[in-house]
Write a protein that binds this ligand. Structure first.
Ligand SMILES: [Zn+2]
Length: 188
């Protein structure tokens, strides 16, 4: 979390999230991962955590975009290849493209930047299992679900947060009259 604070990737205040909900905390993993040395360090930590629950693996798989950098660095630390899935623009279905594939000989871990509901990771797990691979673990830098997300595989996170999000009509920060900002926009 210190790494997140020092790179401006973890903000406290009053934020309007993409979902329309308001929150007192905001996380933007890309701001940490823009620094290759930080990304490498987080990848090493992720690999250590995954080894504890998953044992030896042959491939790390990430959902694009968020999982790409941390997945790559985790794969580097594990000494395995890294591939990624993408959502079909028309159907929203998670798929392996670009000639990427797995076989029944593959033992896979799924790596993401942030888990909120676990939906993307779960979709990747299903794609890999449908192709016959064994999925032995999943990891995220941040778990925003407070540990609750179930992705259908043993899961690790480098930091677990309980991030409250409020409907604007019930937001305690709005009630206190604190101006709401949209994170990601340039500071004034
Ligand atoms: Zn609010």
């Amino acid at each position: 979390m210190e790494l997140f604070r020092s790179t401006g990737a973890y903000l406290e205040g009053h934020f309007r999230l993409t979902s329309g909900l308001h929150s007192g905390e905001y996380l933007q993993c890309a701001l940490v991962l823009q620094h290759p040395s930080a990304a490498e360090k987080l990848g090493r930590l992720m690999a250590e955590e995954l080894r504890k629950v998953a044992g030896p693996t042959t491939v790390a798989v990430s959902p694009a975009m968020g999982g790409l950098i941390i997945g790559h660095e985790t794969a580097r630390a594990l000494g395995v290849r890294h591939i990624f899935t993408e959502r079909d623009a028309a159907t929203g279905k998670m798929t392996l493209r670009r000639g990427f594939g797995v076989t029944p000989d593959d033992v896979a871990v799924v790596v993401e930047d942030v888990i909120t509901t676990g939906g993307s990771t779960r979709d990747v797990v299903e794609v890999l299992r449908a192709a016959g691979a064994r999925v032995v673990g999943a990891g995220s830098i941040i778990d925003r679900s407070g540990g609750k997300a179930d992705v259908g595989a043993p899961r690790v996170a480098l930091a677990t947060l309980h991030v409250a999000a409020y409907d604007p009509t019930e937001c305690p920060l709005c009630r206190q009259g604190i101006p709401v900002v949209k994170p990601g926009s340039r500071p004034a």
